[in-house]
Design a protein around this ligand. Structure first.
Ligand code: PEP
Ligand code: MN
Length: 277
């Protein structure tokens, strides 16, 4: 941690007080488990409409869907851009839910903010400091994913970049980090939630989808995160995972999501909700 500053905006000062970040009309960090769900990418009007209806019915609070996709290969589907933003917002409005989507470029912040209720900064962009400053200069809440190779210090300092630019509405999202373990692409750092919670008052959610290789593992990791008392989960759901244009191999079908919701809520309740604060 940098030595030239004594305290940081992300730091917990009072043991019991957590920040509540409100997305549309959904509070995150008030002791309930918030569920964000939807496809990795928005692919068509029908796909996002059907998914939004299903996840809302199953109990999701916030609709997710990618419009600008960061892809490892330049030949992979990179999202439908503004068309996807329009479709996402329309589907969210039809269900009366707020929506979250990724912004990849500082120059697109105003465009994405026109449609979304929350801006996602993805794992690959966690140290794009111009993007962090740009989302920090606007008023919508930000979902800040942990970089795959980022320590907690680096992740929290990325949050500090957003907060120092003026926006204190930051939600942290653990989504797995690269380790030497080859059985999955990344290892979900659930143990890290304990020191993280001790250090920051910001809400913390978990994305089990990107750390999993298959839908059953998504469910298991989601239950583990719920038992740890996180503030929310973000889960990828697709009506036809076999034909999804991104991340289909671990997407849940709507029926699977519905089962997962009742399981995670019961785990969250029986574990007592919060483990700190
Ligand atoms: C996503 O949410 O689809 C995504 C690309 O997430 P991450 O930045 O965590 O890989
Ligand atoms: Mn994805």
């Amino acid at each position: 941690m940098e030595k030239d500053k004594k305290s940081f905006l992300f730091e917990r000062t009072d043991k019991g007080t957590n920040t509540v970040v409100t997305v549309g009309d959904v509070p995150i960090g008030d002791g309930r488990l918030v569920l964000m769900a939807g496809p990795c990418s928005v692919e068509s009007e029908e796909q996002i409409r059907v998914t939004a209806e299903a996840v809302c019915k199953a109990g999701a609070n916030i609709l997710r869907g990618g419009a600008f996709k960061p892809r490892t290969s330049p030949y992979s589907f990179a999202g439908l851009g503004e068309k996807a933003l329009e479709l996402l917002r329309k589907a969210a409005d039809e269900q009366g839910m707020p929506c979250v989507t990724e912004v990849l470029d500082a120059g697109d912040v105003a465009l994405v903010a026109n449609y979304a209720h929350m801006l996602q900064v993805g794992a690959r962009s966690m140290q794009n400091f111009k993007l962090l400053a740009a989302v920090g200069r606007q008023g919508l809440p930000v979902l800040l994913k942990r970089g795959m190779g980022a320590t907690q210090d680096e992740w929290l300092l990325a949050a500090e970049h957003i907060m120092a630019a003026g926006n204190h509405e930051v939600v942290l999202c653990e989504r797995g980090i690269r380790t030497f373990e080859p059985s999955s692409d990344v290892s979900l750092d659930l143990g890290g939630l304990v020191p993280l919670r001790r250090r920051t008052h910001l809400p913390v959610i978990v994305d089990p989808s990107h750390a999993a290789t298959d839908p059953a593992t998504v469910g298991l990791l989601a239950r583990c995160a719920a038992a740890a008392g996180v503030d929310g989960l973000i889960i990828e759901v697709h009506p036809d995972p076999l034909h999804a244009r991104s991340d289909g191999q671990r997407a849940l079908k709507p029926e699977g999501f519905s089962t997962l919701v009742s399981q995670v809520l019961s785990v969250f309740d029986s574990a007592g909700g919060k483990f700190l604060g």
